[in-house]
Design a protein around this ligand. Structure first.
Ligand code: RNT
Ligand code: ZN
Length: 418
């Protein structure tokens, strides 16, 4: 795209926004500081490198588009490609089943140590990327319907040990990168059919979490992710929203809100201002549920816009960690990353360009018509010219130009994987 055209459009947009009291350069500066936590698992349909077989835990990556990453080198190459097409600096969120066993030999999940992620840490440092981490209690022979909440003590202990080790790995990542690594704990635990032991399993989960979190760390942060239901686990989810909100509020832990893990018309955006009053920070898994937790690629839609606006309206950019979580195996996977990450950033930019001061003045004065009118007008202000300028300044493709880059990478790299 012509540089002059982008600059011209930006100058006009800048003036247009200035007229409503918005500094577009300041908005871009703020956006520059927001690091998304890119999920490693879009590249390979959540398979990981343990050769564990089918994806379990009630989640599903549907589609069979060719070219998924089959090993660490391919996954790293894909992530490097993705980040070259997204403005700004971002983090990578690894799952525990993506350990590198090439130097160490394979160990089970209750034996994982930082050394199994050494090559990831070195690679991340080389790329200037910080890491986040996730325990993995699915896709494993000991992954029964219940893991951390299991009444079978050997099973429960195995997963407690696994999760403890994940915290130690996150601590090492955080120490090395000089910035806490976020450890997300999501377990699928639940029941397909009616259970008459809801309380007992939840008590087990609480006990397990207490054991897991006993050790204090300085370079990692814990978060817990709830869910409504998983496939084959439709009747009961041990780690429900109420369970984790209660737990996190009591213990000072972070709640992970996955936008696909609530009832279809429930507003996740509305949860921000409540959670932020009672828990230290919030972690997000930005996704796009279509009828269920389908993990479609994130796009600009009302849900994502509402969410980013709430973060900005709560003045909470420094307390909210924005991770992505979707896995679409039906389209080019690199493209899926780029679309979702850029869409999230575009929503954030629109949030940052909101004339909040004026809107709040209207609201305080009871001027409902004026507030609604300005909110409506904002929707069609030239935020996209600011976005184009943001991409230009970051040296990444502007507008739809990245389609050609993704296709080129497919031609040269991913199409050769079989
Ligand atoms: C599953 C949760 C969880 C997973 C990842 C792979 O419903 O959203 O975050 O997507 O752990
Ligand atoms: Zn999630």
């Amino acid at each position: 795209m012509k540089k002059e055209l982008i600059e011209k459009a930006y100058e006009i947009a800048k003036e247009r926004y200035a007229a409503i009291g918005i500094d577009t350069d300041a908005a871009m500066e703020t956006l520059q500081g927001v690091q998304l936590s890119l999920h490693c698992w879009q590249a390979d349909d959540v398979k990981g490198f343990e050769d564990a077989g089918a994806l379990t835990g009630g989640i599903q990556a549907t589609g069979n588009y060719p070219g998924r990453a089959r090993n660490i080198e391919e996954l790293q190459a894909d992530i490097e490609k993705v980040t070259s097409l997204i403005p700004g600096k971002h983090r990578l969120s690894l799952h525990a089943n993506y350990a590198d066993f090439r130097q160490t030999g394979i160990v089970d999940r209750d034996q994982l140590e930082p050394k199994h992620f050494e090559s990831w840490m070195q690679w991340a440092e080389k790329c200037g990327m910080k890491l986040d981490f996730n325990s993995t209690s699915f896709s494993h022979p000991k992954s029964e319907d219940l893991t951390l909440s299991s009444p079978k003590e050997d099973i429960r202990k195995f997963w407690v040990e696994h999760t403890k080790r994940c915290r130690a790995i996150a601590e090492e990542m955080g120490r090395r990168q000089g910035d806490p690594a976020i450890l997300n704990v999501w377990v699928h635990d639940g029941s397909k059919d009616i259970t008459v032991n809801r309380m007992a399993y939840r008590a087990n989960l609480k006990k397990s979490l207490d054991e897991i979190f006993e050790q204090k760390y300085d370079n990692m942060k814990d978060c817990v992710e709830s869910k409504v239901f998983g496939i084959g686990l439709e009747s009961y989810t041990v780690g429900s929203n109420d369970f984790y909100i209660g737990y996190a509020a009591q213990k000072g832990k972070i709640v992970t809100l996955d936008t696909g893990h609530f009832h279809p018309t429930e507003s996740i955006a509305d949860k921000m201002s409540s959670l932020l009053l009672f828990t230290p920070e919030v972690m997000l898994h930005v996704s796009r549920p279509v009828r269920w937790d389908s993990d479609h690629v994130t796009i600009i839609n009302d849900e994502t816009l509402d969410l980013t606006k709430e973060i900005v309206r709560c003045d909470a950019l420094d307390r909210v960690h924005i991770g992505l979580d979707y896995f679409d195996a039906s389209i080019n996977r690199i493209g899926a990353y780029v679309i979702g990450a850029r869409a999230t950033q575009k929503c954030l930019l629109q949030a940052l360009l909101e004339p909040l001061k004026t809107l709040r003045e209207y609201e305080a004065a009871g001027k409902g018509f004026e507030r609604l009118a300005l909110l409506e007008e904002c929707k069609s202000l030239p935020w996209n010219a600011v976005w184009d300028m943001f991409c230009l300044r970051n040296g990444v493709p502007v507008g739809e130009e990245f389609i050609a880059d993704v296709n080129e990478y497919e031609k040269e790299v991913t199409s050769k994987r079989c």
